[in-house]
Design a protein around this ligand. Structure first.
Ligand code: NAP
Length: 251
């Protein structure tokens, strides 16, 4: 039912985890897909190969998402190769420990720059291209941005910032046929969470806190991303889809 043939998608942090799975699913739905990575070139190449094996075009771009210059160059490369941007998934992010009272300003800035400033930078560039024929922007937030997260206040603030930023610009660009929405995952099996999830005891506690009884796969987050990237979500403006198995029931 979802057919995105002829559309061009950009997924930041598409080399691993949720971003990689979103890139694959968008290609399965018919998109040509550009992904960004910052260090995992071999993994980015593997994702590009999988997309090309489906008969779609793909482009991998090395870009630090917190650098204005890198973001501009990245989207310029997409326009040069594909001539358009229809879908933008702002997924790249980091999750680091930081205790209030001992966190440095540098730690704070790193997380805010990679997780939040990047979303502003990509949206700021992409809407210029999307204003002509509409588009879909999906920003990846987190349950941390909805309820806060102890010892990760910088991360939680960055994700809450994404949710508020999404609501704000969604109203600005809806008249141009651009939908901006968020997916807020709970626990997902990726490199980001494996330090915690590899402890059997921690995993058991986490699973017990989720009504569905288990941690999500990246593909279970890619599904809501695909939905928000499709015309099925045309009436969703500035909303947050909570993809957390019922672990946190906020909207
Ligand atoms: P992951 O497996 O750690 O992958 C992170 C991705 O972001 C990689 O592609 C990485 O590129 C890229 N990245 C990191 N720093 C970057 C930078 N400075 N510039 C450009 N790219 C950068 O993470 P994930 O679990 O898939 O998370 C994806 C998104 O979901 C994040 O926004 C995260 O906050 C959110 N999320 C995850 C969970 C979870 O439990 N996993 C829960 C809630 C929300 P390289 O591969 O090149 O390093």
């Amino acid at each position: 039912m979802i057919n995105l043939s002829g559309k061009v998608a950009v997924v930041t942090g598409g080399s691993r985890g949720i971003g990689a799975e979103a890139a694959i699913m968008l290609a399965e739905a018919g998109c040509d897909v550009a992904i960004t990575y910052v260090s995992a070139r071999t993994k980015a190449i593997q994702i590009r190969n999988r997309i090309e094996q489906m008969g779609r075009e793909s482009l991998i771009i090395k870009a630090n998402v917190s650098s204005e210059r890198d973001v501009k160059l990245a989207l310029r490369a997409v326009i040069r190769q594909f001539g358009r941007i229809d879908i933008l998934v702002n997924n790249a992010g980091i999750w680091k420990y930081g205790s209030i009272g001992s966190m440095s300003a540098r730690q704070w800035d790193e997380t805010l720059d990679i997780n939040l400033k990047s979303v502003f930078l990509f949206c700021n560039e992409a809407v210029r291209h999307m204003k002509r024929r509409g588009g879909k922007i999906v920003n990846i937030a987190s349950t941390a941005g909805q309820r806060g997260e102890a010892f990760h206040s910088h991360y939680a603030a960055s994700k809450a910032g994404i949710i508020a930023f999404t609501k704000s610009i969604a109203s600005e660009v809806a008249p141009y046929g651009i939908n901006v929405n968020c997916v807020a995952p709970g626990w997902v099996e990726t490199d980001m969470s494996k330090g915690v999830l590899s402890s059997k005891k921690a995993l058991r506690n986490i699973e017990q806190s989720i009504p569905r009884g288990r941690v999500a796969t990246p593909r279970e987050i890619a599904g809501p991303i695909l939905f928000l990237a499709s015309e099925l979500s045309d009436n969703l403006v500035g909303t947050t889809v909570s993809a957390n198995g019922g672990g946190v029931m906020v909207s």
